[in-house]
Structure formats: structure tokens, C-alpha cells
Design a protein around this ligand. Sequence first.
Ligand SMILES: *[C@@H]1O[C@H](CO)[C@@H](O)[C@H](O)[C@H]1NC(C)=O
Ligand SMILES: *[C@@H]1O[C@H](CO)[C@@H](O)[C@H](O)[C@H]1NC(C)=O
Ligand SMILES: *[C@@H]1O[C@H](CO)[C@@H](O)[C@H](O)[C@H]1NC(C)=O
Ligand SMILES: *[C@@H]1O[C@H](CO)[C@@H](O)[C@H](O)[C@H]1NC(C)=O
Ligand SMILES: *[C@@H]1O[C@H](CO)[C@@H](O)[C@H](O)[C@H]1NC(C)=O
Ligand SMILES: *[C@@H]1O[C@H](CO)[C@@H](O)[C@H](O)[C@H]1NC(C)=O
Length: 711
Amino acid sequence: MVTFFGILLLLACIGASPIDRRPVVERFNPVRTSSNPTTPLQVGNGNFAFGSDITGLQTFLPFATMSSWGWKNDSLPAGKTVEDVENYRGVSWDNHGRLVQYDFNDGDPAIEQWLISNPNRVNLGRIGLVFRTPDGRNVNTTEDDLTDKRQELELWSGTLTSAFTWEGERVIVTTIASQESDSVGIRVDSNLLRTGQLNLFVDFPWNDGKAKFSAPFVGRWDVPANHTTELSTGRNLDEARPVIRHTMDASTFFTAFGGNAFEITRDSESTHRYTVKPLEPGASFMVTVAFSPVESSTPLPSFLETHELASATWNEFWGSGGFVDVLTGSTDSRAVELQRRIILSRYLLRVNEAGNTPPQESGLVNNGWYGKFHMEMYFWHSAHWALWNNWDLLRRSSDVYSRFLPSSIRRAQVQQNWDAGARWPKMTDPSGRSAPGEINNLLIWQQVHPIVFAEYEYRAFPTHEILEKWKDVVKETANWMADFAWFNESTGVYDIGPPMYVVSEDTNPNVTRNAAFELAYWDLGLGLASGWLDRVGEEVPTSWTRVKENLAALPMENGLYSVYDGIEGNFWDDPAFTNDHPALVGLHGWLPKTKSLDVKVAATTAEEVWSHWNISNCWGWDFPMLAMSAARNGQNDKAVEWLLHPLFQFDDAGMPIGGVRVPTPYFPGAGSLLFAVAFLARGWDGSAGEDGPGFPRNGWNVRVEGIRAAL
Ligand SMILES: *[C@@H]1O[C@H](CO)[C@@H](O)[C@H](O)[C@H]1NC(C)=O
Ligand SMILES: *[C@@H]1O[C@H](CO)[C@@H](O)[C@H](O)[C@H]1NC(C)=O
Ligand SMILES: *[C@@H]1O[C@H](CO)[C@@H](O)[C@H](O)[C@H]1NC(C)=O
Ligand SMILES: *[C@@H]1O[C@H](CO)[C@@H](O)[C@H](O)[C@H]1NC(C)=O
Ligand SMILES: *[C@@H]1O[C@H](CO)[C@@H](O)[C@H](O)[C@H]1NC(C)=O
Ligand SMILES: *[C@@H]1O[C@H](CO)[C@@H](O)[C@H](O)[C@H]1NC(C)=O
């Protein structure tokens, strides 16, 4: 009580009243009247999500049911053995007199491709409605046979309600995802249940790593002979609930059912489709369907329990943690669209990107890069959780750095022959193995992220426990950073690369030296890591200090920063270099001012990017990165323009559009949007104290609760 009134008193003193969050959230509930052919409406819990068509299920469109844990390995290529996998060695390239072994060009392309595409993420199954005649025959119904379709996703409670009329009868389907287990609760209300005209079906697809992208749907339904399913009980009794065991190659997944009494039967031995029929006639049928990598005998919660607990979790999510209201009191007409993106991104990232591993680019909607995740993208996917104070959600995955520490130390010191530290993978999976590939092995900007995540956590919780928790990760990260920099005898400074790939992945790694963004990030990371050791009272290794103090200056040409030292002078006019992620604007915006940065040059360089970069080829997080740069350089009008740029789009459900480069959704767009919104709304180290330091002075009223400032 004291705290509550204390907060009210505090708010009264500073003349603010708490944001009435619920109407701001509810205003943006997605409403659909037909299925969207490419994006589902989803329910989920961060580790598990269920994508729905207009029926609230997967009746007409096989949207995916995916998880952070559902992965499989394909069988090995013909004639290959486990020894061939273990013997994969890659190539060694010279790094300034040191031979470094990388995972690419091994000379066994079949094994290399297998390692790239395995393990891959699976679609766990499909649940839909079956329509029948009163005498029980299947009716081949299409979406066009349904009328008065209306579907609303109630964001505040995470509940999807879908209603339509079929054969003159109303059907209402309520769909919700449990927050305690990876299950979906389904409630169907209709008179058609009384006449036995409405059943459910469950079906299971084959999954493999043949396609790099599988969107909008995942898995194949046309090769039933390549996998098996097996039903272990036919009736729903608490002690003996039905479970379907689905085996694909060496992986097995379990689907368990609970709820009202029903009968479950397999449609035919040659398919993996099952029918779920209610046994008690009534106007309502409730089931819970739980997906798991292990067989479990824990009773499933009922639909009502699931609904109650899930609603409470969602209410808590919206009610606590950060909130930004740019809607109330703003006169700029763009405020509505920005608020819509904020709210829908908050929902979708909570559903798709709050799991136990870093997310893939398309979350739990469909598969990109075989479902693997990219450690350089983890910042854009997940750092916003830190600024929005959702530590419970961020901590589910941020311990990936301690989980991957031993293998990353081995990568650096055993495989690659460096003297010290841990080198983080780029494209990887829950095992931490690096996917082969030149870019996958030569990219370096993922290296600094853990130090930044650690720094944000310490700022929020300045305790000894947090210092200890991250200490080894911070140390080994910085140890490798110091080791990777090499002393250039002729200039007397430390250079980074070659070989290396820059953020935009489009320069020749063999000549890329002292890339501007990476140099600045190295400087920031080594500085933060040194600060970490000061806090714990340990001596900062001289190798770090030597490198940091003598790091090459940011490369410049004609008064502007360049992508890397030695890039052709006219690169600004060469489309080969002015495409893709314009990381030059990250030097002062995304990153705070680093030692050798000249703020004026950074601002001029950013403007040169605006006029010379191929913006039509920018994507996803480029726009929030451009916005943060504009804001830090004091160009607030431009900052908001970038956030709402016509090429940066979110669909009616809030899914960030992938565009020509990748399928929709491309969630780094949503994660970076939330990071940039927090940045503009709450500010950064050294920005003015009031709310909205990155927003234009006119037309915008920005109210902020529970948001942390950026570095
Ligand atoms: C896939 O195979 C790799 C290499 O043998 C192994 O490390 C990994 O655990 C396997 N993953 C799955 C999901 O089976
Ligand atoms: C980079 O150097 C390696 C050998 O160190 C060579 O095999 C490769 O072809 C070179 N790549 C380019 C793009 O020049
Ligand atoms: C159901 O109807 C659709 C549309 O008319 C058709 O494409 C499909 O083949 C039919 N399916 C079956 C199983 O008859
Ligand atoms: C299914 O199995 C058959 C026989 O092993 C194989 O030839 C075929 O390529 C498999 N299909 C897929 C999609 O993996
Ligand atoms: C050392 O730095 C100079 C100036 O930047 C550069 O031209 C030279 O190539 C570097 N040395 C090596 C061995 O790369
Ligand atoms: C700019 O990007 C667009 C979209 O990807 C592409 O079609 C175009 O060729 C690019 N322009 C140049 C000059 O590279």
C-alpha cells in the first residue's frame, strides 16, 4: 500500500498521472474478416507459438506451431557417416602470421551443407476444424463457405476470438496459449457441436532442412511415408490421456490432449491426420493440446485454467514493465501508426521472441535460415527487453553466453589457434555450433554484444551478483577482442582485420581492415569490459588497455568516415558499397560517442548516407538505426521520419514486412523499433532529462513509464 500511494504521491508531485495503458493497448487489437494468406494471428508464450487462420485454428491455412526447442537433424547425406561430420575441418587462412582454422570450404560440400541446414526447426503440428453433415459425412468446406467472419486478437489478455457462420449456425472459437507450458487452449462454442457437425483434426507434417526459407508455411504434408505417428490412448481419462508420438528421423515429439471428454481416432494408416470428436453433446467443447520434446504424465490444465492464468500473465505484462504513450495529446497524425507499431511489436515479441534461446529472424511464425539463430542479430531481437524492463523475459535467453562460453573458448583457442578468449558464433542453434560459411565465420560485430547486455543488466541491478554472473563472459569476450587486434609495425597502432566481414557483409574480407563501425564497437566494448573489472576490483589486463589506447583511428576520407581503411575513395558513388546495412550511421546513434569519434564528422557522414545510400535496399533494423543516429545528432524530425519510412512496413497484425530480401515477418525490424522508441522517448547517456528527447518538439506528446535510458 505504502508503495502504491508513494507512487501516486510522486506522480502528483511531478504533475503526471499514470498512463491509462489499457485503452492504448486495446485500440490496436488486430481485427480480421478473412485469413491473411501470408501472416497468421498468433497466440504464444515466447517459447511456443500457434499461428491461426480466420477460424482461430489452422483449418484452411497450415500456419505453423513452433517452439524454441523443436529441432531435428536430417539423416546424413548418402554414403556419409557420423565420422565424416566429426572430421569436418574447414580451411585455414592467414591472420597476420597466424594460421586460423575456419568452418568453410572443407572440400566435402555434402557434409558442409548438412552442417549448415542441421539441426533445423520443425513445425510441431496443425489443428483445425472438421465440418460434417448431420449424418456424419465430411464436408469439404472452404473459407468462402463461411459468412460473417470476424476475428479479434485481444492483446490485453492474449486471447484470440474468431467467429463465423456456417450452415446458418454461429461458431465461436477461442484460442489461447498457456504461459506455463507449451500448449494451446481451444474452446469451440456452437450448436453444431450438439449435432456432431463440428470436430477438430490434428495433423503432422514432415520437416527437413531442404529449404533455407520456409514461409509462409513450414513442413510438408505430401510425404507421409517418411515419418511416423503413433497414438497411445484413445480416450481422455486423467490417468491415461491420449498422446501422439511423432517421429522424424532421429527426433520424436509428443502431442498430448486434455479437456472435455472426447474420442481421438486416426483417419487412415497412410496419413498423420487424426480426428478429435467430443463425446458429450453440448454447445461448448474445450480442449488443451500440449506439445513437448519429452513424454510427460503431468495432467494438462483445463481450458478455463489456461485462459485464466494466461490472461493474468498478459495483464501483468502490459501493466508492469515499460510503456510509451505517444498517442495521447500528440497532434502529429503519424503518432497513431507509431503507437500501433509499438503495441503490436510488444505483443509479437512477447509471443515469438521471449524464449530460452535467441530468436530466429522470423520468430515462431515460419522458418528462415533453417530456423537457426544469428548471434549478431540477438542485439536487435532482444536488447529492447532491457530498456523496457522485461528482465524476466530477457534472462530466459541471455544466459546463452554462459551456455556457449566453453564452446566459444574452444573455437577461439583450440580450433582457431588464438592465444586467448572466446569467439562467439554467428549463425548457430541450441548446441552453439557455428554453421559453416565464410560470412558466418568472418563476421565480428556479434563479439561485443554480451558486454553490452551485461552493462545494461548491471545498470538496472548494480549488484555483486550481476557482476559475478557476467564476469567470465565479459573477460573472455574482451580477451579475444584484444587478441584479434594486431600491432601494425609501420603505423604503431592496433588494427582489426583482415580477414573480417563488416556489418553489411559486402566487402572483400581479405582487404577489409579497420572497418569503422567495428573499430568503434571494439573501443566501446573494451572500455566497458575494463570498467567491469574495476567494479569487481580486478586488475584490467594490460593487453586490453594497450589495444584500447592504441586502436587505429576511425578511417576517414574527404572529411567523412569510410566503411573501412583503404576502401576506394569514390565508394560513396559505387553501388557495390552503398547497399545493405548502412552501419556508418551506427557510429554515433546506436553507439555512444567513442574515443576517436568526431561528432561533427559523424553527423556529416550520416547525412552523406541519407543522400548516397541505396535506401530502397535498406531493410529491417536499418531504419531504427538511422533514426537513432538522427536523434543523437539532434535531428529529431528526421529521426521520426526514419522510424515511419515508407519502406519500413508492418502489416495489419504488426508483422514487420520482410520485403525482397527475406520473407515476412523479419522481427529484427520490430525489436530494433522498440529499442529506438525507448531511445527516442527516454533518451541516452547525456541527453536532456525530459521525456521524448529524440522526438520533434512540435506535434508530439511523449509519455514514458518504466523505460531505461540507452548507453
Ligand atoms: C544434430 O546432430 C548434431 C551433430 O551430430 C548434434 O550435436 C546435435 O545434438 C543434433 N541435434 C538434434 C536436435 O538432434
Ligand atoms: C581470400 O584469401 C583466401 C586465402 O587466404 C583465398 O582462398 C580467397 O579466395 C580470398 N578471397 C577473396 C575474395 O579474395
Ligand atoms: C475441397 O475443395 C477445394 C476447393 O473446391 C478443392 O481444391 C479440394 O481439392 C477439395 N478437397 C477434397 C479433399 O475434395
Ligand atoms: C522420402 O523418403 C524417400 C525414400 O527414402 C526419399 O527418396 C525421399 O527423398 C524422401 N522425401 C523427402 C521429402 O525427404
Ligand atoms: C599498416 O597500416 C598501413 C596504414 O594504414 C597500411 O597501409 C598497411 O597495409 C598496414 N600494414 C599491413 C601489414 O597491413
Ligand atoms: C538499389 O536497391 C534496389 C532494391 O534492392 C535494387 O533493385 C537496385 O538495383 C539498387 N540500386 C543500385 C544502384 O544498386
